[in-house]
Each structure stands twice: as structure tokens, then as C-alpha cells.
Ligand binder design. Structure first.
Ligand SMILES: C[S@@+](CC[C@H](N)C(=O)[O-])C[C@H]1O[C@@H](n2cnc3c(N)ncnc32)[C@H](O)[C@@H]1O
Length: 235
């Protein structure tokens, strides 16, 4: 195993030729070593992600999710594209007892893995596990939510944003992973549906009057969208 794969290079998923690493790997390593995961189930999930080449948000983005959820005192969170529950772990920590995170995953096997892992972490009682298309499940849920996290297939990002905008409360956050998409967003002529999805997503988010958006060049790019109340909108 190389040093890169041992410490989590596979978190980023498959790289294509010409892809850019948004954050220098030495800086990521430095930060991850300053703040290593210590909880046994988190460590197990990180090892699973490395072994399977499964893309998880990783500890730095996980910590950011937990921090934002705590900042808005989130009790009700909807997660779109939850895999085996790594990002869910941080969100479930933040909502506390009596809070709820809706975990959505189209793969029944991944959903079951998430349930088993989060049970072992003592967090499953805060999580509702839904199997199917995250966008359709979101439509069927009563809203608003305090925070909605988007990590589905990138082609679906523009539609996911539209749905989430209408279902997050004013003062709450939409958070979206992979918005710099390994640097592929730089190719304005791309015909790759995933790349075009991420590009359209960011354009829509940055011009949405009800969202105040920042993009953090952390890992593969994380977008933070604060949902503005009517009185806080400038146009
Ligand atoms: C990049 S992985 C991230 C998992 C998780 N957010 C994490 O960081 O641990 C995305 C997951 O979302 C699932 N997924 C993608 N599009 C989806 C959709 N439209 N509805 C439900 N699940 C979806 C995939 O099967 C995959 O397990």
C-alpha cells in the first residue's frame, strides 16, 4: 500500500487524466495528522473506503459538516447520497439525542452497512434509513430541514439544488460536496454530464437570490449555501 492510499487517497474516488488535486496532498496530510479520527467505527469506515475505493467525504469535511450543523443548532437534517454512513456519522453526532438525520441511499447493501455501522457507534437511533432515489425521497418528506447535505451523482446536482432550496429553513444551510470536481469544472467545453451538472449547479447557486453561497477549496470543493429569509435578501 502506498503512503497516499494508506492515509486516504482513495477517498477522492477515481481520478481521470488531467484531474487537479484541489488541496496539495502534503497540506491535507498535515491537517489530517493534526486531527486524526479516533472513534473506532469512524476508523473502520475510513479503512473500508480505502479498501474498496469508495468515495467518502473524509475527516476534514466530516468535521466541517458537524461544525455547521452545530452552528445552526440543527435537529432535522436531510442527507442526499449517504453511502455506508460516513458523513451521516458527523451529522448524527451534531443533532444530539432526539434529533434526526435522514440517510438516503439507492443501494440497499450500502444502506444496511450504514445501519449496522451506526448502530455500533450508538448513533442509529438518530437516523432514518431510506433506500431509493434521494431526490424522490426528499420530495416525499415533510420539510423544512435545518441542513441538507448533497452528495448524489453529479448529473443530478442542479435538480437537487432546486429541491433543497425549497426545503431548507431560512437561516439553515445546504452543503454540497465535490463542487470543484477534481478541477474538471475548468473545462467549459466539457460534454461529460457529471461535469456539466456541477458547473450548472454552481452557476444556479451563485445567482440564487435566496442563497448566500461560499465555495471552500477544501478536499474536492465544498459549497456552503446559507438560506436567506425574505428580509435578508438584497434583490
Ligand atoms: C460519493 S458517495 C458519498 C457517500 C457519503 N456522503 C459519504 O461521504 O460517506 C455517494 C453515494 O450516494 C449514492 N447515490 C448517488 N446518487 C444517488 C441518488 N440519486 N439517490 C440515492 N443515492 C445516490 C451512491 O450510491 C453512493 O453510495
Amino acid at each position: 500500500m502506498t503512503e497516499q492510499s494508506r492515509r486516504g487517497g482513495t477517498r477522492r474516488g477515481r481520478r481521470a487524466p488531467g484531474d487537479i488535486q484541489i488541496v496539495d496532498s502534503r497540506i491535507e496530510r498535515y491537517l489530517e495528522e493534526l486531527l486524526p479520527s479516533t472513534e473506532p467505527v469512524l476508523l473502520e469506515m475510513e479503512a473500508m473506503a480505502r479498501a474498496e475505493g469508495f468515495p467518502i467525504v473524509g475527516p476534514l469535511v466530516g468535521r466541517l459538516l458537524r461544525q455547521l450543523a452545530l452552528t445552526v443548532s440543527a435537529r432535522d437534517i436531510f442527507e442526499m447520497g449517504s453511502g455506508f454512513g460516513y458523513s451521516t456519522y458527523f451529522l448524527a453526532q451534531a443533532v444530539g439525542d432526539g434529533g434526526r438525520v435522514v440517510h438516503t441511499e439507492r443501494s440497499p447493501e450500502r444502506s444496511l452497512q450504514a445501519r449496522q455501522l451506526l448502530e455500533r457507534a450508538g448513533l442509529a437511533s438518530r437516523v432514518i434509513f431510506e433506500v431509493g432515489d434521494a431526490l424522490q425521497i426528499l420530495i416525499s418528506y415533510p420539510s423544512p430541514f435545518d441542513l441538507i447535505f448533497i452528495d448524489v451523482d453529479k448529473e443530478a446536482y442542479p435538480e437537487a439544488l432546486e429541491l433543497a432550496r425549497a426545503r431548507v429553513r431560512p437561516g439553515g444551510y445546504i452543503v454540497t460536496d465535490n463542487v470543484l470536481w477534481h478541477g474538471r469544472v475548468l473545462d467549459q467545453n466539457s460534454d461529460d454530464p457529471a461535469t456539466r451538472g456541477v458547473q450548472a449547479y454552481l452557476r444556479a447557486a451563485l445567482t440564487a437570490p435566496d442563497l448566500l453561497t461560499s465555495v471552500l477549496p477544501l478536499r474536492d470543493g465544498v459549497a456552503l449555501h446559507l438560506k436567506l429569509s425574505e428580509s435578508r435578501r438584497r434583490r
